[in-house]
Design a protein around this ligand. Structure first.
Ligand SMILES: [Fe+2]
Length: 287
């Protein structure tokens, strides 16, 4: 079974959002949507999400799911906005409770902030499945980048979020709270155990040295053969050494502070104050 996949690339955050359509019906899922956010002005914009909504409407699609591969640290999710416009249930991995607990403390959210994942419509565990029309999607828990990371395997396509990137770029960082390069290696082995011809759709692309175009689609076979971090039978020990060394040199993503506060609430802003104004916090010396 071959789902129809349409990709949307967000230049500002290097994120790829996907509309995945059942070939036999109008049903689709939206994976990893983006709400534009200008940090300097504190302004949100729905331009990226509106492109997805326009595509859904133009093709008369029925959005059944708004899936999050994980709590993103580099962009805000537009899932609630898209849900309001065209429907769909918002789903994420049940590891979200761990992420909510960690960042509930970092942002000193107090008891009003629920840490049970109840902001989402559905929490998935490893081995769960969901339906997009007649098409079944299988959920694989693939932690490492974060504890809540999922891979959605839909027919011959795997949406791997931030686990593997394009073969010439490698893999996702593992240095956020709850991340683990050992876990990421094991998760990647699960993905690489899928059939070689499985199409892999990655969550981000940053180009790689020597590549002129952004890219987001590859295959399990290509990753196994040539991924610069884990290809050619790289051992766990070698991967962990490479990943941890590289992670020690990386700066925090530009939007990590707003992204976490919004995405751990399933894409909702924090509750407004008594005047109805919404604020995000900047924790000093905590990240
Ligand atoms: Fe991420």
């Amino acid at each position: 079974m071959t789902p129809q996949v349409h990709a949307f690339f967000d230049q500002a955050t290097n994120t790829i959002s996907y509309v995945v359509k059942d070939p036999n019906s109008a049903s689709c899922a939206v994976i990893d949507s983006v709400l534009d956010f200008d940090y300097a002005s504190g302004r949100t914009d729905t331009k990226s999400a509106d492109e997805v909504i326009a595509y859904v409407k133009a093709n008369e699609l029925k959005v059944e799911w708004l899936l999050e591969s994980h709590v993103h640290a580099d962009h805000l999710s537009a899932a609630p906005y898209i849900q309001e416009q065209v429907g769909g249930k918002i789903g994420i991995g049940d590891g979200i409770t761990v992420v909510q607990d960690t960042f509930g403390k970092v942002f000193n959210e107090g008891s009003a902030f629920q840490r049970d994942g109840s902001q989402f419509d559905r929490l998935f565990v490893d081995g769960d499945s969901l339906h997009i029309g007649q098409m079944r999607a299988d959920v694989m828990h693939t932690p490492g980048h974060t504890p809540a990371c999922l891979t959605f395997v839909i027919g011959d396509a795997a949406f791997v979020g931030d686990t593997l990137f394009m073969p010439d770029f490698g893999t996702a960082r593992c240095d956020f709270p709850g991340g683990s390069s050992q876990d990421l290696y094991n998760s990647i082995q699960k993905i690489l155990a899928l059939p070689d011809e499985t199409r892999i759709f990655v969550g981000h692309d940053y180009k790689a040295p020597g590549r002129d175009e952004f890219a987001w689609e590859t295959t399990v076979g290509a990753q196994k053969a040539a991924n610069v971090h884990v290809g050619a039978g790289c051992s766990q020990e070698d991967f962990v050494a490479l990943r941890d060394t590289r992670d020690a040199t990386l700066a925090m993503p530009r939007l990590i502070i707003p992204s976490l506060q919004v995405n751990m609430r399933a894409g909702q802003m924090p509750e407004p104050d008594a005047e109805g104004d919404v604020f995000l916090k900047v924790p000093v010396n905590k990240l």
